[in-house]
Design a protein around this ligand. Structure first.
Ligand code: ADP
Ligand code: MG
Length: 266
């Protein structure tokens, strides 16, 4: 039986903004779902539907207003910070903003050993292994400055950085939306490989966030559709896309006629 990695229970996040006339935004409302070991779950929804808020809550960047998040059965806020981030890592939309352009790639990766993974003895070997999993050549990449490599390669460096922790769970928030379309399929396939454990890591569970239904269909076993902070539908990708229940999911699919074609032809 598949192991439950993550359990999200009645999660709500409200923001209040403004000083005199305060305005309340309910970014996420009463969301509940589970993630099992060795699966990719996609969170799909239009801009502003609350996807990043869910990612930020799981990554403990922000606190929930209500509800709980359990990682392997433990409330995430009860897990010591270092232990949590050894297991749970994030990959974000904009790889460019994660680099200091004055420093070479090796400096950036070595920071992980300096601050987070102090115990590692063979750093060079760990770097080589992580970079080879993401398809980058150590000798070639480490001496370069960020502006000397492509957006797709920068995103791979960040995935390699996450892999140094040997995480069990990766939260990937729109990881392909700022890289060239030519590299997107490669990144998606890399996530699939990480999940399968076909590379020399154990399989990693992944929450893949996207506004692109095509990518969600390609990459995930299960999908969760969000609208205005609420989960309107969730289930096996094939079932949800073949037989959508909610009018919003039907609308999303109607915007992607190629998906209908594919599912009908099967
Ligand atoms: P998505 O990632 O699906 O585009 P977000 O989770 O970023 O959606 O945003 C969900 C809603 O919460 C939006 O209406 C957004 O404007 C609002 N929101 C996000 N972050 C904040 C914040 N720090 N303060 C106030 N409102 C926010
Ligand atoms: Mg977002």
């Amino acid at each position: 039986m598949k192991k439950e990695i993550l359990k999200i229970q009645n999660l709500t996040k409200k923001y209040t903004s403004g000083l005199i006339r305060t305005k309340e935004t309910i970014a996420v409302e009463n969301a509940s779902f589970k993630l099992y070991s060795g699966e990719i779950l996609s969170l799909v929804g239009e801009s502003g539907s609350g996807k990043t808020t869910i990612a930020n809550l799981i990554l403990r960047f922000i606190q929930p207003t209500e509800g709980e998040i359990f990682y392997e059965g433990k409330e995430i806020h009860d897990i010591p910070t270092k232990d949590y981030y050894k297991n749970v890592q994030g990959i974000f939309q904009d790889p460019y903003s994660s680099f200091n352009y004055f420093y070479r790639i090796d400096h950036m990766l070595n920071q992980v050993f300096k601050y987070s993974l102090k115990g590692i003895t063979n750093k060079r070997k760990a770097l080589e292994s992580a970079l080879s999993i993401v398809g980058l050549n150590t000798d070639d990449i480490l001496g370069r400055f960020p502006h000397q490599i492509s957006g797709g390669q920068l995103q791979r460096v960040l995935i390699a950085r996450a892999l140094l922790f040997k995480p069990k769970l990766i939260i990937a928030d729109e990881p392909t939306s700022m890289i060239d379309s030519s590299s997107r399929a490669d990144i998606l396939n890399l996530f699939k490989e990480l999940k399968e454990g076909t590379t020399n890591t154990e399989g990693i569970s992944i929450i893949f966030i996207s506004h692109d239904i095509g990518q969600a269909q390609y990459i995930s076993e299960r999908v969760l559709i969000m609208k205005e902070g609420s989960i309107v539908e969730q289930g096996l990708t094939e079932e949800v896309f073949l037989n959508p229940d909610h009018p919003y999911t039907k609308n999303l699919l109607a915007c992607c006629p190629s998906i209908y074609r594919k599912w009908e032809l099967d």
